[in-house]
Design a protein around this ligand. Structure first.
Ligand SMILES: Cc1cc2nc3c(=O)[nH]c(=O)nc-3n(C[C@H](O)[C@H](O)[C@H](O)COP(=O)(O)OP(=O)(O)OC[C@H]3O[C@@H](n4cnc5c(N)ncnc54)[C@H](O)[C@@H]3O)c2cc1C
Length: 393
């Protein structure tokens, strides 16, 4: 090899698609946990719409309730790519549990970690990482989801503190959450620059959880309305600067979307594997259905799309790790991963034939769960809007 060759080789080695040894071990340990402790209960939790609070100590033992929180605040201090691996492996077995872990870590915990004071981080991140408290995050309201800046919930000054009035809809952990980051209007005239974030603890007078949503999928993940009726919060509940709550929330969503992209990749992987295994076992016309080209092409297309989605997702996570802005890349990762996951779940049902339509096989649950990925943390239409805005600006 000439000197020029070796320089070329060194440059090439900078772009390395291989996971590190630690990342391989992380994937193996989360996969082993999901197979042993989650898979046996997936159907029962789904049917009962049961949020599995009993599994929290095991999630804590693996560091899954403080994945990216700094170690100084009791977290596991893992990287954004490590975070994707954890969410992917949970979603491969139970997307609903993955959604809960993502909301706890990537919305509530991440908002406090990014914009909290040292005292807020000391107070809340350790409790969230230890599972002493479950986190929730409330931006969406009944009349404002995609158009979140038009929210109606208000926070008015009252002495040194604030009083919250309004309601948040579709809050993950609205009923089981202990700590909620709530976005509220503090200066209506300033529009999106007049929204602030607050940390509100369960049990605060005037804070009540509404009805539990009876959902199509992700049924083991608790979702409900949360109401605030003259709910007093102290001055130190303000999270970040007054008036910056919406801007900060958009930054949290940029990163949160990487988590939903990882969830979609994991879900698609689970659906693909279920379809592959079934195709190898099922016989028709005297042959395994995996011999038929129609089935093979579906499997090949899904395997290819999942790899592409994973690469887009890891690239966005890698950019986050480098502290780079990744609004465009996280929107692309979320849009593509969720759309291909819908296709993977659809093909999984189709490859199972009639057995894809009954609850004895995992196909129908993937098919129900997957739809959330094109809606939560910004719909596919909103992702396209974000992507186009970035490209045209
Ligand atoms: C299971 C679940 C969990 C959730 N968890 C949380 C949570 O923890 N915290 C939280 O704050 N929110 C949460 N959400 C809310 C979620 O983020 C919103 O549902 C989502 O952002 C869409 O808002 P929406 O439901 O009001 O739909 P809308 O905004 O009313 O959209 C309706 C349709 O119109 C389209 N649309 C809207 N505006 C445009 C536009 N400008 N251009 C093109 N099309 C447009 C949308 O894409 C969609 O197809 C959750 C939702 C679900 C279902």
């Amino acid at each position: 090899m000439t000197h020029a060759d070796s320089a070329f080789d060194n440059n090439m080695s900078r772009m390395d698609f291989r996971p590190t040894e630690e990342q391989e071990l992380l994937r193996q340990s989360v996969r082993a946990f999901a197979e042993a402790e989650v898979r046996p209960h997936v159907r029962e939790w789904d049917e009962a719409q049961h949020f599995p609070i009993e599994i929290v100590p095991k999630l804590v033992a693996l560091g899954l309730l403080g994945i990216q929180f700094p170690e100084a605040y009791g977290g596991a201090g893992l990287s954004p790519i490590d975070y994707c691996i954890c969410i992917e492996e949970l979603a491969r077995v139970d997307p609903a549990l993955a959604l809960s872990v993502a909301a706890h870590n990537g919305l509530c915990g991440a908002h406090i970690a990014a914009f909290g004071t040292d005292a807020q981080k000391q107070n809340y991140l350790g409790q969230l990482a230890r599972g002493d408290k479950i986190g929730a995050w409330g931006l969406t309201e009944s009349t404002s989801g995609s158009d979140a800046a038009s929210m109606q919930t208000t926070a008015a000054r009252d002495g040194s503190g604030w009083v919250l009035n309004g309601a948040k809809t579709f809050t993950t952990h609205g009923r089981v959450g202990d700590v909620m980051v709530v976005m509220a209007v503090t200066d209506r005239a300033a529009r999106s620059r007049g929204i602030s974030a607050f940390i509100v603890e369960r049990g605060t007078p005037g804070m009540t959880a509404g009805k539990k949503e009876d959902k199509l999928g992700m049924r083991a993940s608790d979702t409900s309305e949360v109401r605030f009726d003259s709910c007093p919060v102290p001055a130190d509940a303000l999270l970040g600067q007054e008036g910056r709550g919406f801007i900060d929330a958009m930054q949290i969503l940029d990163a949160g979307r990487i988590g939903i992209a990882a969830l979609a990749v994991g879900l698609a992987q689970g659906a693909y594997e279920a379809a592959l295994n079934y195709a190898k076992e099922r016989k028709a016309f005297g042959a395994s259905i995996s011999e038929f080209q129609a089935i093979r092409w579906k499997l090949a297309d899904n395997a290819t799309r999942i790899e592409a989605a994973r690469l887009l997702t890891y690239r966005a996570a890698w950019m986050k790790d480098r502290g780079e802005r990744m609004t465009l890349e996280s929107a692309m990762a979320k849009l593509y991963s969720s759309e291909i996951a819908v296709q993977a779940a659809d093909d999984c049902v189709q490859i199972h034939g009639g057995y894809g339509f009954v609850k004895d096989y995992p196909a129908e649950k993937f098919f129900r769960d997957v739809k959330l990925t094109t809606i939560g943390e910004g719909t596919s239409e909103i992702q396209r809007l974000v992507i186009a805005r970035q490209m045209l600006s």
